[in-house]
Ligand binder design. Structure first.
Ligand code: NAP
Length: 490
């Protein structure tokens, strides 16, 4: 079979479904969920009798909700995909119910719309404080059938106790097999490819351990500040907002043992073992920062509306996984706002060859496997070759580059967004890319003592320049180990 034949698009329609989006008038539904569903419709994945029911407090008719969806699709979907007939067909599948979860109004209208004999998915795109009432309402009103699925958004708790309470609330109404805790990082093509690269090739796995890997860097850098959601962010901070969930998930996929099968519980069992093997992080293993005003933008304290805030907009950590495979290989994690460039990547740096046969090794660099999540999703392996041309044996590092957009042609360029991929997984009933309750709790159990330590000591984040790579001490965190961060650039 040729490469092209292998890569022919294989969009398989899912079973007929009713997807109820609670919070359908909100930012996430408008920016991500509705545009994503439309893209799946254009790709031919939505069966003829799939329906999407928006629910929120706003008093809208279905026609008004469709008009809202039309606008948001126009704004958020690539114009090349905006086929008029397909759009009309998609909009005809939308309905709307005005429902106030706290007031308990609107449930009967919803019950009359949701069909019992198709896949039922309920997306909780609302503040977590409403999750309990929603879960209870769906059961008490007799709307959710035995196979119904609920999708819950982050944040899933703000510490171990609140995550446990939330898990208990959901568990009172739904089985774990019905609960889909979404982490959109897991829906990214490259993140899933990390598993394919590791477990579908013989090439990497024998080297995937402390004997051959010097260290791992995970970077999630943003150029934006927290303006607009400063008050919310100030109660959270980079550790809670990014590390406990997204970066922890990436770390798990790199560090986990091969699951016996690509199966939801097999994969999640292995991820859980990694989280449980994380060593407590010492004070010297963490650097926190707050961005200063600059580049035409205010500083963190102003953005947060809290001049005495000690919440971090940047964090760098050195983390150790205490198990046989990773003993001695540090994982460096960093994430922050108002940094030099917007980029997310995982870089796996291999060790030196045990012996160099070359007299002149001046050009020598370590092999690095870089997995780019954004922008330009792709995988890049840096290898040494001979510098071309005369002049003896001089070494030079070159990238073996696989950008998905170019390697996969049109299909690669049109990769589904993380949200739409994950929503289709919910309809298919595949929980592999969703966090299990015990995973979330284990992640908080590791995070809580770090935060408690800051609070007990009254630690304050260090200021850093907007548009920089973060606080000076973060550089020192690596330099002390004789290593350096990769440059933050797009
Ligand atoms: P949002 O813009 O504030 O929207 C909230 C939605 O909830 C609105 O549709 C609102 O309806 C509805 N709502 C509020 N109170 C309600 C009630 N009592 N009964 C029924 N509906 C009610 O929030 P969002 O940004 O979309 O976020 C939704 C969830 O996703 C949150 O848990 C958030 O943490 C999470 N999340 C969001 C993003 C993002 O990019 N936005 C990213 C990750 C996670 P009305 O406006 O009609 O009152």
């Amino acid at each position: 079979m040729t490469t092209e034949q292998n890569m022919v698009s294989r969009v398989i329609p899912v079973d007929p479904f009713d997807l109820v989006i609670f919070g359908a008038t909100g930012d996430l539904a408008q920016r991500k969920i509705l545009p994503g569903l439309f893209r799946r419709h254009v790709a031919g994945q939505m069966p003829t009798d799939a329906r999407v029911i928006g629910a929120a407090r706003s008093d809208l008719s279905s026609a008004e909700f469709r008009a809202m969806a039309r606008e948001t699709i126009a704004a958020h979907v690539d114009p090349a995909l905006q086929d008029a007939a397909l759009l009309e067909d998609f909009l005809s599948r939308l309905d709307y119910v005005a429902l106030d979860v706290q007031a308990g109004t609107g449930w009967e209208a919803l019950r009359s719309l949701v069909r019992p004999d198709v896949v039922q998915a309920f997306y909780f795109s609302v503040a977590p404080v409403l999750f309990g009432d929603l879960a209870e309402g769906l059961q008490a009103q007799g709307i959710a059938g035995p196979g119904a699925r609920i999708v819950v958004e982050k944040p899933f708790g703000r510490d171990l106790a609140s995550a446990q309470a939330l898990n208990a609330t959901l568990a009172a109404h739904f089985e774990e097999s019905q609960i889909y805790r979404i982490d959109h990082y897991l829906g990214k093509e490259t993140v899933q490819n990390l598993m394919a690269v590791r477990f579908a090739n013989i090439l990497f796995e024998p080297l995937w351990n402390a004997q051959y890997i010097d260290h791992v860097q995970i970077t999630v850098a943003e150029t934006v500040g927290v303006g607009g959601r400063g008050a919310y962010y100030d109660r959270s901070g980079a550790l809670r907002d990014m590390v406990q969930n997204h970066m922890m998930q990436l770390l798990c996929l790199i560090a986990m043992e091969p699951p016996w099968h690509f199966d939801p519980d097999a994969v999640r069992d292995e991820k859980l073992k990694v989280i449980r093997a994380l060593q407590p992080v010492g004070r010297g293993d963490i650097v926190r920062g707050q961005y200063l005003a600059g580049g035409g933008g205010p500083g963190y304290l102003e953005d947060a509306g809290n001049p005495s805030s000690d919440t971090e907009s940047y964090i760098a950590l050195r983390v150790h996984v205490a198990n046989w495979r990773w003993k001695g290989t540090p994982f460096y994690l960093r994430t922050g706002k108002r940094l030099r460039a917007r980029t997310s990547e995982i870089a796996i740096t291999f060790k030196e060859p045990p012996h160099s046969i070359f007299d002149d090794a001046r050009g020598w660099r370590e092999n690095v496997l870089v997995i780019r999540l954004q922008p330009n999703e792709g995988i890049n392996l840096k290898v040494m070759i001979k510098e071309p041309g005369p002049g003896g044996m001089r070494l030079v590092q070159v990238p073996l580059d696989m950008s998905f957009a170019t390697a996969l042609g049109a299909e690669g360029a049109d990769m589904p967004d993380a949200y739409e991929r994950l929503i289709m997984d919910v309809i298919r009933g595949n929980q592999t890319l969703f966090m299990r309750g015990d995973e979330v709790e284990a992640a908080w159990a590791w995070t809580d003592p770090i935060i408690a330590g800051w609070q007990a000591r009254g630690d304050r984040p260090q200021p850093y320049d907007a548009g920089s790579s973060g606080p000076e001490d973060a550089l020192m965190l690596m330099h002390r180990d004789g290593r350096r961060w990769r440059e933050i650039r797009e």
